[in-house]
Design a protein around this ligand. Structure first.
Ligand code: SAH
Ligand code: SF4
Ligand code: F3S
Length: 450
């Protein structure tokens, strides 16, 4: 006899980078067959997963304060006779698993990024309260194969091809939390991309901590893999993130000019515009090299838009170093950027360097940098007005006759059109812009679009 089961409620809170966003989707998928339905509130959740980030101190602190809040949910639900399982996943789990267990008895399970495919089993064990320490570690290969990609909107998808990092930038915890670089074999990546295309996915963002360091078996490097992904029928657009400047090979730069499916937008973190600071960060390239890569990319693909990351207030950063960063920003012109105050991470080489910069100085520099970056972003969006852009339709807008989609430059586009369906690529004339999105009108709405 089969019993009708009410779905158990699953709440996942995601912090950090795209790798975590990707992993949270996989965790949801792997738990669905076990009767877990996603909810957007922790209050009534039977299972709460915090998918954590260790990159900056603030991100880590958030985890402990969130655990404090969850303790109250757990107690309240226990009073109602309900069991709540609390799992900590992600990079804090990997880096501070034992400390979490010690500091937070309310946590039932700590699970590192390589063990997500074992979640159903681990959760079943944790929920039974066997009292064992549940911190598992498996190889990256197993994880990838067990957790195939899925598309959140049916049209765009992330496809993870590489994890981990061997670069050891002196400020960064990722090499410690995600381990050494590991690349999936090309055959597995291509098979997964074909299956996404069969399900209607049109835009694939190839994902990795150091995605262009890809060295998987069966491909001659990252450019070769991209070229083969572009041959898959149904996949119309390709992007990749996050790339490292030292891995921008001539072949990869050239591909931006040769492969029309490769979108003219690249996130290429630079961190600083000062050679002295880049050296102390162990970024392995100087400012001249970064400018040269940008020049080469723009020669190959004149409309390419660039995005980047900056850290301000790295130990030893002087006003002169910071000026060099501002100069680089002014010269290059970024379509968008992330910028952060340096956060000292225990165990990293920078944490023990001389010349830590005062918090107030960091805050002031960050504000100055962000003012410039945000005006560049507004200007970049405004520069699209009057142009006609090919937009990938991702879904219906709130009002009838309204659609939303994505421009080649990763901008969100809201536009009027009654015919196009999700997955179509249509020409939209851009009539308005804001800090974060564009508005427009479909140009050729009478034409049939494949
Ligand atoms: N693999 C990617 C970045 C991953 S971390 C790369 O190399 O580009 C994302 C961003 O967080 C980094 O680019 C950096 O700008 C920022 N970051 C990393 N560690 C940091 C720290 N200790 N303090 C402040 N920002 C940091
Ligand atoms: Fe961190 Fe540097 Fe690796 Fe990026 S390349 S993940 S910043 S160590
Ligand atoms: Fe954070 Fe881990 Fe990503 S530390 S930035 S979630 S790889």
């Amino acid at each position: 006899m089969t019993e009708a089961r009410t779905p158990k409620q699953l709440f996942i809170e995601t912090y950090g980078c795209q790798m975590n966003v990707y992993d949270s989707e996989r965790m949801r998928d792997v738990l669905a067959p076990f009767g877990y339905a996603l909810t957007d509130r922790p209050d009534d959740a039977d299972l709460v997963i915090l998918n954590t980030c260790h990159i900056r101190e603030k991100a880590t602190e958030k985890v402990y304060s969130e655990i404090g809040r969850l303790r109250e949910h757990k107690t309240r639900r226990a009073d109602e006779g309900k069991v709540t399982t609390i799992a900590i996943a992600g990079c804090v789990a990997q880096a501070e698993g034992e400390e979490i267990m010690r500091r937070a008895p309310t946590v039932d399970l700590v699970v590192g990024p390589q063990a997500y495919h074992k979640l159903p089993e681990l959760i079943a064990r944790a929920a039974r309260k066997t009292g064992e320490r549940l911190l598992a570690d498996f190889t990256a290969q197993e994880k990838f194969d067990a957790l195939p990609a899925r598309s959140p909107d049916g049209v765009t998808a992330f496809l993870s091809i590489q994890e981990g990092c061997d670069k050891f930038c002196t400020f960064c915890v990722v090499p410690y939390t995600r381990g050494a670089e590991f690349s999936r074999p090309a055959a597995a990546v291509l098979a997964e991309a074909r299956s996404l295309a069969d399900k209607g996915v049109r835009e694939v963002t190839v994902l990795g901590q150091n995605v262009n360091a890809y060295h998987g078996e069966g491909a001659e490097g990252f450019a070769d893999l991209l070229r083969r992904l572009a041959q898959i029928e149904g996949i119309e657009r390709l992007r990749y993130t996050t790339s490292h400047p030292v891995e921008m090979t001539d072949a990869l730069i050239a591909l931006h000019g040769e492969e029309p499916k490769l979108m003219p937008y690249l996130h290429l973190p630079v961190q600083s515009g000062s050679d002295r600071i880049l050296k102390a960060m162990n970024r392995k390239h100087d400012v001249v090299r970064y400018r040269q890569i940008v020049d080469q990319l723009r020669a190959a693909r004149p409309d390419i838009a660039l995005s980047t990351d900056f850290i301000v207030g790295f130990p030893g950063e002087t006003e002169k170093d910071f000026d060099a960063t501002l100069r680089l920003v002014a010269d290059i012109g970024f379509a968008s950027a992330f910028s952060f105050k340096y956060s000292s991470r225990p165990g990293t080489p920078a944490a023990v360097m001389a010349g830590h910069v005062e918090e107030s100085v960091k805050a002031e520099r960050l504000a100055r940098l962000q003012a410039v970056l945000s005006s560049q972003q507004r200007a970049f969006n405004a520069a699209q007005e009057g142009k006609s852009l090919p937009v990938l339709v991702t879904g219906e807008g709130r009002k009838s006759g309204q659609k939303h989609g994505r421009s080649p430059y990763l901008q969100a586009v809201h536009f009027e059109d009654s015919e196009a369906g999700a997955g179509d690529i249509v020409d939209v004339r851009i009539v308005g812009s804001s800090q974060n999105s564009l508005t427009g009108v479909r140009v050729d709405s009478t034409l049939e679009v494949a």
